[in-house]
Design a protein around this ligand. Structure first.
Ligand code: KIV
Ligand code: ZN
Length: 397
C-alpha cells in the first residue's frame, strides 16, 4: 500500500532512525472490552456475526468475551469457537481457576489472563501483597499451559505500577510460560513518550512478544498504541469504532490506518472493509459513530468550503490524506453557505444540469446565490434543493 513514507520528506526523515517492524498483530477486543461500553449488550447471533466479519477482515485475534461473566456469554463464545474462523479466538479470565476452567470449556485457542499490579489496585481492590500477586499470576499461567492453551498475560493497570515490580511480574509470567505479555494502560494515563519509554524498558527484559491495550481517557489511545509499536511492541489491542469502558479503547480503524499509511507497517487487515464493519458494529451496539470520526465517519471525506471543494475537485489529495476507497468510505461534496461556484457546478453536473447547456451562466449565478441563502439559514443544501432551484429558474425562461 502506498504510504506517506514514500512521499513526505518530513515523515520519512523523522522515522528514518526507527527500527520499525514490517508487520504488527491486531488483537481485536470489540466483543469483550467493546461490549463493556455502558449500555451495550450483544445477542449471541450478533456476536457471531461480528466475529465472522472480524475474521474476514483479517484481525489476528478476537477476544470473544469474558466467559465466566454469564451463561449467555459462554453460549456466545462456544458458538464463535465452533465456527472454525481463521482468527485466534481468545477468552478473558481473571487469574482464577474457575474463570480459566470456564474459558477452556468454551474451546478458546487462547486465554487472556490478568491480575492487577498497581498500588491502588493492590490496596483497595485485591488487598494483596506484591508477592501474593506474582504467585497467583504464575499459578494461573502454569495451569493454563497444562491445558495446552496459548496464554496472553496482562498486569492490569500496568502503567500505574512501580516499574521494577512490573518488570518482575512480567519476567515471572514469562518464566511460567506466558506466550505474550500485554501492557494495559487501564485508565489511559500514558502519553506517547511515556509509552515508548515503558515498552523499551520492558523489551530489555522480556523475550516474548509484547502487546499493548490502550484506553482513551485523554483521547490519545491510538497515539499511545502506535508509540508502543515504534518502541517495539508486536501487537496492539483495539476495538471497532473505539468502543470500550468509559472513553473506550484505541480504535481498530484509526490504529490500522495510521500504522499502514503513516508508518508503512502492514497488518493483515483488509482496509477496504473497515467502513462496512464500523457500520455493522454501530448497528448492533446502537452506538452511533460521530460524523467526524476519523477514517469511517460520514464526514471523514466530506468537503463543504468552496476552497476545499475546489481543491478536491481538481485533485482529491489536496484536502484528503488518503483515497476514501482504501477504507471503503466515500467522498462527498456538501453544499452550504461556504460552498463556492466549483462545488455547485459539479453538483449540478452530477444531477444532469450542465452549465452552459441546460442553465446559462447568468442562471448559474442565481443558483449559487440561492444555495448560499439556504446555507445562511443554518440548513444543509440537499440534492433535491439544488434540483428544485434549477427547475424553478429554468421554468421561468
Ligand atoms: O483495561 C484493562 O486493564 C483491561 C484488562 C482486562 C486487561 O481491559
Ligand atoms: Zn481494557
Amino acid at each position: 500500500m502506498e504510504s506517506y513514507l514514500n512521499s513526505n520528506e518530513i515523515i520519512k526523515n523523522s522515522l528514518k532512525s526507527m527500527k520499525l517492524p514490517e508487520k504488527v498483530r491486531v488483537f481485536d477486543t470489540t466483543l469483550r472490552d467493546g461490549e463493556q461500553t455502558p449500555g451495550v449488550s450483544l445477542m449471541p447471533d450478533q456476536k457471531m456475526d461480528i466475529a465472522k466479519n472480524l475474521s474476514e477482515i483479517g484481525v489476528d485475534a478476537i477476544e470473544a468475551g469474558f466467559p465466566v461473566s454469564s451463561e449467555g456469554e459462554q453460549e456466545s463464545i462456544k458458538n464463535i469457537t465452533s465456527l472454525g474462523l481463521d482468527a485466534e479466538i481468545c477468552g478473558l479470565a481473571r487469574a482464577v481457576k474457575k474463570d480459566i476452567d470456564v474459558a477452556i470449556d468454551c474451546g478458546v485457542d487462547s486465554i487472556h489472563t490478568f491480575i492487577a499490579t498497581s498500588p491502588l489496585h493492590r490496596e483497595y481492590k485485591l488487598k494483596m501483597s506484591k508477592e501474593k500477586i506474582i504467585d497467583i499470576a504464575v499459578e494461573s499461567i502454569e495451569y493454563i499451559k497444562e491445558h495446552g492453551v496459548i496464554v496472553e498475560f496482562s498486569a492490569e493497570d500496568a502503567t500505574r505500577t512501580e516499574l521494577d515490580y512490573l518488570k518482575e511480574v512480567y519476567k515471572k509470567a514469562v518464566e511460567a510460560g506466558a506466550d505474550r505479555i500485554n501492557v494495559p494502560d487501564t485508565v489511559g494515563v500514558m502519553v506517547p513518550n511515556s509509552m515508548s519509554y515503558l515498552i523499551k524498558e520492558l523489551k530489555n527484559d522480556i523475550k516474548v512478544p509484547i502487546s499493548v491495550h490502550c484506553h482513551n481517557d485523554f483521547g490519545i489511545a491510538v497515539s499511545n498504541s502506535v508509540a508502543a509499536v515504534e518502541a517495539g511492541a508486536e501487537q496492539v489491542h483495539c476495538t471497532v469504532n473505539g468502543l470500550g469502558e468509559r472513553a473506550g479503547n484505541a480504535s481498530l480503524e484509526e490504529t490500522v490506518m495510521t500504522l499502514n499509511m503513516v508508518y508503512g507497517i502492514n497488518t493483515n487487515v483488509n482496509t477496504k472493509m473497515l467502513t462496512k464493519l464500523s457500520k455493522l458494529v454501530s448497528h448492533y451496539t446502537g452506538i452511533k459513530t460521530q460524523p467526524n470520526k476519523a477514517i469511517v465517519g460520514e464526514n471523514s471525506f466530506a468537503h463543504e468550503s468552496g476552497i476545499h471543494a475546489h481543491g478536491v475537485l481538481a485533485n482529491a489529495l489536496t484536502y484528503e490524506p488518503i483515497d476514501p476507497e482504501i477504507v471503503g468510505n466515500r467522498r462527498r461534496i456538501v453544499l452550504g453557505k461556504h460552498s463556492g461556484a466549483h462545488a455547485i457546478k459539479s453538483k449540478l453536473s452530477e444531477i444532469g444540469v450542465e452549465v452552459g447547456e441546460i442553465v446559462s451562466e447568468e442562471q448559474f449565478c442565481e443558483i449559487v446565490e440561492r444555495v448560499k441563502a439556504i446555507g445562511d439559514k443554518g440548513k444543509i443544501v440537499t440534492d433535491a434543493d439544488v434540483m428544485a432551484i434549477a427547475e424553478d429558474i429554468t421554468k421561468r425562461t
